[in-house]
Ligand binder design. Structure first.
Ligand code: ADP
Length: 481
């Protein structure tokens, strides 16, 4: 173990911060300390904002092509440094190496996509209805942006925010989750190596997120907050953003239904279910949270799904033989254990797994329950563990009603071969994203985001850059004669 303290990036400098304090980063597969990271304070945060403000105009005035090329170079460097990133991501977060490589591919696409979008920020020029004036609509960067990311996708959640911010011309303070700062620090160095000018980017790990983030949100010079995390914290940050009317983007919790209809290809449905549930050990906001299966095929689906779940190999993310890695920490294991106990107490049956594993590290065995009643906590809450539960429905109307019976509205999945049904689901499911006959929906070219309590705004796609742009309108009288 390297006990040297890793400095963080404040403007152009790597520093231990004004307090010179640090905090440990743990390996969830062993519980051991991986590294010590310098702990940014509110004073450091305001210094980072000073830098973001000082460089804001020059970065906004930098040619879009130049900003795009920084992002393009970042994508190339990420490909070159793929193995180094994958190792760090799997060690500090626990996901398998295959999943880390998948995240690098996905996360890298945001760098490439927004390298291309930087030069396509347009506007409109038109005649007013009266015919005597011109309406000119333009965009400008919103200004210094605070980007707060969670630990479950330590790279992709950062690229999904930094790339559109840079493409739009915003300066950035990135605050990674305290469990996974090493990936963010590596990414900060990569962005500097790719040509990010000094001061445009700070990366501030901290174990005092509420204090550091409050200090920034209280400062009217900060103009943008983009947050990915829990709905509970999102609500607090929205309230704090009210003070300075700070622009916000919120990617919050989910409770995705996974619908299997009687006309579905059941093998495809099981394949999709495995990805939608067990990717990242179930620790994704888009993870299937409730398997809702049409009565006539429910038993057969459960039988095939249970066989696949039982065959998953649980182990350290860094071991190439592992299919499912550890959970982020011991608390997450305790929570998964209590969700199973709660469902079983209410009448659910265990078809596979169901237990934490003994020994070091925060492992929970891949688990499948059936006959899960609608009041079980694993139905009403976001699970965030390799824990699947099946319930049945009688007809399509009941399926839609059950699917929508949640305050969340992020992702939904549906397996069916009926095109009319697909179109009814597109209209009626209360979710920002729908996977039809697919268990994986994330794509840099698509707008990612939720409705209801799952959030505000969209990341990626043609819409993603708008989160970092203000709109201006100029009126000009039409020339006389
Ligand atoms: P998760 O359940 O994924 O850990 P959180 O919402 O707790 O989700 O954390 C997401 C991010 O929000 C992390 O970077 C974390 O440090 C940060 N965070 C947590 N609580 C607060 C808070 N009160 N104020 C600001 N940031 C916070």
């Amino acid at each position: 173990v390297n006990r040297d303290v890793r400095p963080f990036l404040l403007g152009g400098d790597w520093t231990l911060g004004h307090k010179e304090k640090s905090f440990p980063v743990h390996d969830p597969a062993t519980g051991r300390i991986l590294a010590e990271v310098a702990d940014a304070s509110p004073v450091d945060a305001i210094r980072a904002l000073d830098e973001a403000v000082a460089t804001s105009s020059s970065w906004a005035a930098t040619a879009p092509r130049t900003r795009g090329e920084v992002l393009r170079r970042s994508w190339e460097l990420l490909e070159e440094r793929r193995d180094e990133f994958a190792g760090v991501m799997s060690r500090e977060m626990g996901k398998t190496l295959a999943e880390s490589h998948g995240e690098i591919t996905y996360g890298g696409e945001f760098l490439r996509w927004f390298a291309e979008e930087a030069v396509r920020v347009g506007g409109t020029y038109g005649l007013n209805p009266e015919g005597n004036g011109r309406i000119v609509v333009a965009h400008r960067p919103v200004g210094p942006a605070l980007l707060i990311t969670p630990w479950n996708f330590p790279l992709a959640m950062a690229t999904r925010k930094v790339a559109p911010a840079f493409a739009a011309g915003c300066t950035v303070i990135l605050k990674p989750a305290e469990a996974t700062p090493l990936t963010a620090l590596l990414f900060g160095q990569l962005l500097i190596d790719a040509g990010t000018p000094s001061g445009v980017l700070s990366v501030l790990p901290t174990i005092s997120a509420p204090e550091v983030v409050s200090a920034l949100l209280e400062d009217p010079r900060l103009r943008k907050l983009s947050f990915t995390g829990s709905t509970a914290v999102g609500r607090v940050l929205l309230a704090q953003s009210a003070r300075n009317i700070t622009r916000t983007s919120m990617e919050l919790g989910g409770n995705a239904p996974f619908l299997v209809f009687e006309d579905a290809d059941l093998d495809a449905a099981v394949d999709g279910a495995m990805i939608a549930k067990f990717r990242n050990s179930g620790q994704a906001c888009t993870a299937a949270n409730r398997f809702l299966v049409h009565e006539p095929v429910a038993e057969e689906f459960a039988r095939r799904f249970a066989a696949e779940v039982s065959s998953l190999r649980l182990g350290p993310g860094t071991d190439p033989a592992s299919d499912v890695g550890p959970l982020i920490d011991g608390r997450a294991v305790e929570r998964a254990t209590s969700l199973v106990a709660d469902a079983v107490a209410r009448g659910a049956r265990v078809l596979a797994g169901g237990q934490p594993s003994s020994g070091p590290g925060s492992f929970f065995s891949p688990t499948l329950l059936t006959d899960v009643p609608s009041n079980a906590r694993m139905v009403t809450e976001e699970i965030f563990a390799p824990l699947a539960g099946i319930a049945t429905f009688h007809d399509e109307q009941e399926a839609i009603r059950m699917a929508n019976a949640t305050e969340f509205g992020l992702a939904a999945y549906a397996y069916t071969r009926d095109l009319d049904r697909v179109q009814r689901l597109m209209d009626r499911l209360e979710a920002g994203m729908l996977g039809v006959n697919s268990g994986l929906i994330s794509n840099a070219a698509a707008p990612f985001g939720g409705i209801k309590h799952s959030g505000l705004g969209r990341e990626g796609g043609a819409l993603g850059i708008n989160e970092y742009l203000d709109v201006t309108y100029t009126h000009i009288p039409a020339p006389v004669g």
